[in-house]
Design a protein around this ligand. Structure first.
Ligand code: SAM
Length: 330
């Protein structure tokens, strides 16, 4: 059993947003970012015996911890999968699950769910375990893969990427103003010896950055940028948002918690776009069903309160947006 834990962010707000309650006690939900199951546990605590929760994580350690913690809860289906493949993963689970996954006499996974939750980014266990290679605070192998059973490590990425690609990643994903300078230093360094550990990378970045942001390690932005590139995080979000819309039933809720502006911008723009008619039909008297708005935004963006930030400083940058699938006229 792992000693690493994760404190769920905006927990009561997310439950309220997903409208998990006595009225929807038999609801069907997706937690697309299981982590250590903080949100999942709260959803399950509100669900009745007919309710179902499908939870995904691309991290094997998260799934293993979940299997141990929730082994006797037959309402929960845990899936080791990336949420970029959300629809396919749910379909496959339905195909395997037999009666336990049949709702309303059998469905294909389309328009079935009362809520989909995303809590983006990395979990505390990923950050706190030096062996995962996410942290510039502790030394470990330069890995950064959320799914360490596949894909390319940060070390390999950094060994192979052309300098201009390193610049782009640092600028776009790290919003790093010294991207040119850092990339040049990293490329010079890797000619001498490849980067193997997080400490080597953190030290090289610190040496290359001429000024310091107060209260921020100089390698913070570089580590964020590499993590996003290695895990293809933004593409994953774009793909998952579209698929979640297909999976939601009318009046189902989409709830997304972001931790930086690159994530939040995508969620915000997606919700905005889907809350409007397709602009191709602007001004025309009749708008066909496929071009009509699919979502209605629910409330404003929600941030953690002071007491949550004091109790869990990692929550300070969280922002949650909520939207509801528009019911289809009969
Ligand atoms: C902030 S944590 C979620 C914490 C969780 N809500 C809890 O209460 O314990 C984010 C989790 O999402 C997972 N994750 C991130 N991107 C993913 C993706 N594209 N597909 C599946 N899981 C992903 C990470 O591995 C991590 O475990």
């Amino acid at each position: 059993m792992s000693h690493f834990s994760h404190t769920p962010v905006l927990l009561s707000e997310a439950l309220a947003a997903l409208a998990v309650s006595a009225e929807r006690a038999n609801g069907w939900y997706i937690d697309a970012t299981f982590g250590r199951g903080g949100h999942s546990a709260a959803i399950l605590s509100q669900l009745g015996p007919q309710g179902r929760l499908f939870a995904l994580d691309r991290d094997l350690a998260a799934i293993a911890a979940g299997r141990e913690k929730f082994s006797d809860d037959t309402r929960l289906t845990l899936l080791h999968a990336a949420f970029g493949d959300l629809r396919q993963s749910i379909k496959a689970a339905f195909a395997q699950g037999g009666a336990a996954t049949q709702r309303n006499g059998g469905i294909e996974g389309n328009g079935t769910f009362d809520g989909v939750l995303f809590d983006f980014g990395v979990s505390s266990p990923q950050l706190d375990d030096a062996a995962r290679g996410f942290s510039f605070m502790q030394d470990g192998p330069l890995d950064m893969r959320m799914d360490n059973s596949s894909g390319v490590t940060a070390a390999k990425w950094l060994a192979d990427a052309p300098e201009r690609e390193i610049v782009r990643v640092l600028r776009e994903y790290g919003e790093e103003r010294f991207s040119n300078r850092i990339a040049r230093a990293l490329v010079a360094q890797r000619r001498i010896a490849p980067f193997v550990t997080t400490r080597q990378l953190a030290d090289a970045v610190s040496a290359a950055v001429p000024t310091r942001e107060p209260g921020k390690h100089p390698a913070t932005r570089t580590f964020q940028a590499l993590r996003i590139a290695v895990n293809d995080e933004l593409q994953q979000i774009d793909r998952a948002l579209v698929q979640s819309l297909e999976l939601l039933a009318p009046h189902g809720r989409l709830c997304a918690i972001s931790f930086h502006s690159l994530e939040d911008r995508r969620v915000k723009q997606f919700m905005q776009r889907q809350s409007q008619e397709d602009p191709v039909y602007a001004g025309l008297p009749e708008v066909p069903p496929h071009a009509q708005p699919k979502l209605k935004r629910v409330g404003r963006a929600i941030h953690p309160g002071e007491s949550e930030v004091a109790a869990n400083p990692r929550s300070r940058s969280a922002i949650m947006r909520v939207a509801e699938k528009i019911g289809v006229a009969a």
